[in-house]
Each structure stands twice: as C-alpha cells, then as structure tokens.
Design a protein around this ligand. Structure first.
Ligand code: ATP
Length: 676
C-alpha cells in the first residue's frame, strides 16, 4: 500500500506529480480517495427515444466523422452514432485529439446531454468509452465521479483509479476483527474498496459505504476513548452538604433550577471514586461559569486543586477576575496564567501551583505547558474545548492523577457532534436562562441603511448603554481585515461618532492594551467598541445592548449566535444588527434563521446542515477531525453503534495490542498517535 502512485498503470512522472498535489502519494491513499458521487450508466437509451434537454447514455456504432474549425479557438468533432433504431451526431467541443480514437464501425458508448438544434437532435458528449478497447470497462455500469483537477480529467483519473483498485484492493488486509464483521454484517475491507470504486449495483455501493464509514468512525471513537482511557479508580471528593450551602451564600443570586440540577449531577460524580467525565452544555448566558465555580470550590474544600482552561486571553482574565472576587469571600486562592504573564510572575505562579498555595488556576493553553505542575490537581475544567483541538485535549488532565474532568461548551452541540468530539462524556444541560432576561431583537439589514443604524446606536449610547461593532477577521486575509477594522474605527471616530468614546480591539494588540480597552469598556468609559472576533466567547458586559456585526454573511451561524450572546446579559432590551450584502440565496437564508430564533440548539442544527461539520465552528481552530466518507450528521445511529463497539474493544484490550485487534491498534496509532 506504500507503493508510490507513479508505478501504477497510466501514471507517469507528470501525472504522479498531479496526484501528489492532490495529496495522493501512494496506493493506500489513492484507494481511500472515495468518489464524490456516481452516475448511473446502466440504462442505455434507444436513439429513437431521445428527447432534448435530457442527459442520457446511448450505445451504437460509429458512422461518419467530421471535424470543423469555425473560429480560431473553437474546434468541433462530430461522429454519427447509429444503434438500429436511429442515428444521432455526437459532438465534442475543443477536443481535437478524440478524432484519433474514433474509428468508423467501432462500437461506442456515449454519455451526454441531448440538444435540439434546428429541429434535429445532437448529443454533447460528456463521457465516452470505445467498447472492446483494452482498457474499457465491460458494458454499462455505475460510474464513479471523483473530485479532480482540470489538468487531470475525470476520464483519466477514473482509468488510473480503476487500474489501481483492480490490482491492489484485493491485497488490502482485513483490519476489523471477524466477530465484528459478522455481528454487523459488514463487507470485508478488500471487497468494500472494490465496490466503492467500481460498484455493480447501488445496493453494493451502499453496503461498501456503510462498511467504510463504520471503520472510519470506529478509528475515531477508539482514538477519542483510548486517549482518555482511565483507570477505574479516581478521587472521591468530600460529601459534606455544607460545601454547597456555603458556596450558595457567597453567590449574589439564587441558582436557577437548571443550575441546581447540574451542580447536583456534577457533585454526585465528584463524590464517586470513579473519575468524572462530564460535558456541561448551556446556551450563551445561561450561567455556566458559576456551575464550574461550584465544582472548583468542592475540589478545594476537599483538599485538592482545580484548574480551568479557556480559549482566549481576554476570557482567562475575565474569569480570573470574577472567580477571584467570588472566592476571595471564601478564602480560596485564585490565580490566572496566560501566554503573556511576565517571566517572574509566571515563576511565582508555577511555584504556587506546585506547592498547593494556589488552589485554583485559571488560564489559556499556557496551563498545559511542561513547567506547570500541580501539587494535587483533582479537577480539570476546559471551557469551549472544541477550540483546543482533538489531541491537545488530554494534556490538562495529565497534570493530575486521574482527576475529574468537566468540559463546558457554550455552543450547543448537536448530540451527534458531541459524541464525535467528546466521545464518552456524560451530558448535563443548562436549559433555562437566569430570570429577567429579555429576548434579543435581531435585524438583518443591508449596507444602504448604515446611517440609520448609526443613529440608532447613538440613541442607545445617549441613554447610557454601550455597543459592540464586530468586523470579520479571517486567517487568509487577516492583514486586509485588520486594516478594514482600523479604517472603520478612524472613519467613525472622526465622523458619525466623534462625540462619543470609541475604542478599537483586535487580536494583534499587546495584551496590556487589550486589557486596558476591555477594562475601559467594562467600566463604561468606552461606549462603542469596534472589534474583531476576539470578543466572540464569554465576554460579559451587562450594560451593552447593541451588537452590530458587519459582513455577517462571512460568519457561521453558531459564531453569529455566540457574538449575539454578548448582549442581552442585563436588564435592558438588547438588539443584534446583522449587516450583510444579501447576495446569495444561502446567505439570505442564514440571516432569516438568525432573525427568527434565539435558540442556540436550533441554530446549531441549521448551521451543521448548511455548512457541514468542517465549517461548523468557523474555519479557524475547529479541532474537528476530517472525515472521508462518514457524515456525522447522517450517520448518527451508526456512530452510536460504533461507540459501543469501541468501548467493548478497549475494555477487552486497552492498548489494542493483541490479535485480532493489533492491526486496528496500529491504524489508530498511525492516524492519531495516542498510545504512548
Ligand atoms: N441564577 C442566576 N441568576 C441571576 N444571574 C445569574 C445566574 N446565573 C448566572 N448569572 C449571571 O449571568 C451572567 C452570565 O453568566 P455566565 O457568564 O456564567 O454565562 P455563560 O453561560 O458562561 O455564558 P457565555 O457562554 O455567554 O459566556 C453572569 O453575570 C452571571 O453572574
């Protein structure tokens, strides 16, 4: 399977290079490059029954041949095909080389679109095959269609692939244990590869797809489960009821029913001597932080330490501040560590964590650096974990000995996706918002109404409220976007908002500057904050009531919902204004979804359907594994079956090291590098 593609039939050095550019270096990779769709060429039409504007396949004998060159850069090749019921000219545009292959009297199969020109029919050829030629397939069949490049046409790619499949697919070893194949009635791998590329029937293709999706999801689930495979015995935290009551006293508001329920679920897990693995899912603003804080308090009161990792520096600082304020009252030592914590302070923090003097450490991924060690970490919390990438996930956990794990996500993740991302976590849902929150009013508007939006913002600012204006920032054109945000700031500061306090915030600023701006906004000194998406997650300023998102069509729905969640966090009516160009049907549809619902769940589902899992969290840092054949959304029930099997396999053979699991084990290792 490691044979380089250039040794395949029909591949020379030049084509090998083209294949390599597509990421296909060897036979193994080529075999796993699956068709994007299929064309059914089994139903061959009689020429006499052809009708205009249909795409059809015919089979007949080549009669007269003609070539024209009506213009300098247009060449037309025509071949009359007859099948006993009639005859029709088949037409090739700008492919003068086909003439060499068309021999009068030869049998040919042609697939293409029937055009009615001057009352006569013509077939514009999309694909053809000379019957009886050495490399032609036998007779009509279901043809695979691959994603190819212009320089490597479909026909050639298909020929290369078909040669490769016929020669190598039968030699592919079976990697799934026999009992599994029998239990789930799965095709063998070699047969599945053959059938996915060269199916005899739709049924066969579907069975092959099912088998390959099963394997793909199994490898992924094994990686997820094995990377956190844990000993049975963990830490049992103190059961004392007084922990909850004294924590509740320190919090300035009563918990919602949902918060109480989830704290109960978390506490019960923490008290058991089995390590906790729980995902807390709650819509934006539902009050997850205080639930995390309750868990941290329980860890500390039981004599241990807790850590909480968040995705951005701004958020780390915000949590650091609010947790310090809360835990100050309870006599608990909290510290915050980020990438920009200066050397001396960092050393002191590390020392404090090592000796146990610091009881709760909040921070960015700086927390998982090697020099950070804990005396006795018993609880590792990650917020917005999907931003940390699949492999980074276990590192915080490894800072303790079998600590409890809590994952918090503000983006409501459909169950299918949660399973894929987090594997084996128990789920707690905070499904109500704190009392007194008003529904955010959302309006999608085009740019010609910009002045009206500005005057609306001014009105809110005049009433003492604050506003955000977010500009998109995408990696590929970061420089251009940053410049655009800067220019907008200049324009507004000099023009429409010259009498107001404005500030600009973006990720490229020094952390000190970022802090100053955020602090100014928090305290109300800054009225309008123009920013890139650095404010996307977690920022909490209850007095802000307007969120304007520019070029809203460039964001994913889940991301728009996150941004919108920055307002509506206090008692005042809040607004979200989505500025867009409204050019495509899809973007208009997405704006409509945002206008019609505030329900994060509905939005997440819609987003997943519209954009596919890869783009779900925006293009940056989504941490989602790429799937070649399975579809998380459509293969939900398969995913659940596979998860159970993965559990069973790991229970029997945790390192997947013995026969018949070893091949599976080495594939997981090669792909995900999780066994150490
Ligand atoms: N039960 C409650 N009653 C009143 N206010 C609450 C309650 N729970 C939380 N809050 C407040 O609601 C605000 C939002 O809470 P928090 O920041 O924890 O939300 P979140 O779920 O983390 O949201 P996001 O995902 O948007 O960051 C905070 O100011 C918090 O103090």
């Amino acid at each position: 399977m490691t044979t380089p593609v250039q040794y395949l039939k029909n591949v020379g050095p030049q084509r090998a290079l083209l294949l390599q550019k597509m990421g296909l270096k060897n036979v193994g990779e080529l075999l796993e490059y699956f068709p994007k769709r299929y064309e059914d060429r089994r139903s061959v039409k009689c020429i006499s029954s052809l009708e205009p504007n249909q795409t059809e396949t015919i089979r007949g004998f080549i009669g007269a041949l003609k070539e024209f060159k009506p213009r300098r850069n247009l060449s037309i090749t025509k071949a009359w095909i007859a099948d006993g019921t009639g005859s029709i000219p088949a037409v090739w545009f700008n492919q003068p080389f086909v003439k060499k292959q068309l021999e009068q009297g030869r049998e040919i199969m042609v697939h293409g679109k029937v055009d009615g020109k001057y009352q006569a029919l013509e077939l514009t050829v999309q694909d053809y095959e000379i019957i009886g030629k050495e490399d032609a397939a036998t007779g009509p069949r279901i043809l695979p269609v691959y994603g190819t490049t212009e320089t490597l046409p479909q026909k050639i790619f298909r020929k290369i692939m078909s040669g490769c499949v016929q020669q190598y697919a039968p030699r592919v070893s079976e990697n799934l244990p026999g009992d599994l194949l029998v239990r789930h009635q799965l095709m063998r791998k070699a047969a599945a590869l053959q059938a996915i590329h060269l199916p005899e029937s739709w049924e066969e293709m579907k069975a092959a797809r099912h088998r390959l999706a099963f394997e793909e999801l199994l490898l992924l689930q094994l990686a997820i489960l094995a990377s956190r495979h844990r000993e049975e015995k963990g830490i049992s935290h103190d059961k004392d009821k007084e922990i909850f009551t004294s924590f509740q006293k320190a919090v300035p508001f009563p918990f919602t029913e949902a918060q109480k329920r989830v704290i109960g679920e978390v506490f019960r897990d923490m008290e058991r001597n089995k390590p906790m693995a729980r995902l807390i899912q709650g819509d934006v603003g539902s009050g997850k932080t205080v639930v995390a804080a309750a868990a941290l308090y329980k860890a500390v009161r039981s004599g241990f330490q807790g850590a909480m990792m968040v995705p951005t520096e701004i958020l780390a600082r915000q949590h650091g501040q609010s947790l310090s304020a809360l835990f100050g009252k309870l006599g608990v030592e909290v510290a915050c560590l980020t990438g920009s914590t200066p050397g001396k302070e960092r050393e002191a923090l590390c020392e404090g964590a090592r000796t146990g003097q610091i009881q709760i450490l909040v921070g960015t991924h700086a927390l998982i650096q090697e020099n950070v060690r804990f005396k006795n970490l018993s609880l590792a919390i990650t917020d917005e974990q999907h931003r940390f990438g699949v492999m980074q996930r276990g590192k915080l956990q490894k800072k303790g000995v079998q600590p409890d794990i809590l994952v918090m996500t503000a983006t409501p993740i459909p169950r299918s996706l949660a399973l894929t991302l987090y594997g084996d976590l128990a789920l707690s849902v905070i499904d109500t918002l704190p009392p007194g929150r008003k529904e955010i009013k959302t309006y999608a508007v085009k740019y010609d109404l910009e002045q009206r939006i500005f005057s609306f913002i001014r009105k809110e600012l005049d009433q003492g409220r604050q506003a955000y204006m977010v500009c998109p920032l995408v990696e590929e054109s970061e420089q251009v976007d940053l410049q655009a945000a800067g220019e907008l700031f200049e324009r507004l500061a000099r023009g429409e908002f010259k009498n107001y306090a404005l500030a600009l915030l973006h990720g490229k600023m020094k952390s000190r500057e970022k802090d100053q701006v955020m602090e100014g906004f928090r305290q109300g000194r800054i009225q309008l904050l123009i920013s890139t998406t650095v404010i996307e997650v977690g920022i909490h300023v209850p007095n802000a009531t307007v969120m304007v998102i520019r070029d809203a069509e460039r964001f994913g729905l889940a991301q728009l919902h996150q941004l919108r969640g920055r307002v509506g966090r206090g008692e005042h009516q809040s607004y979200c204004i989505l500025m867009h160009h409204g050019k495509t049907v899809e973007s208009r549809k997405r704006m409509e979804i945002m206008e019609s619902t505030n329900d994060g769940f509905a939005i997440a589902e819609a987003d997943l359907k519209l954009r596919g899992p890869g783009d779900f969290f925006g293009t940056r840092q989504h941490g989602l594994p790429e799937l070649k054949i399975a579809n998380i959304f459509e293969d939900l029930s398969l995913l659940e079956t596979v998860r159970e099997e993965a559990h069973g396999l790991l229970a029997r053979d945790p390192g997947l090291a013995t026969s018949p699991h070893s091949l599976l084990g080495s594939m997981v290792q090669e792909k995900f590098k999780i066994f150490t």
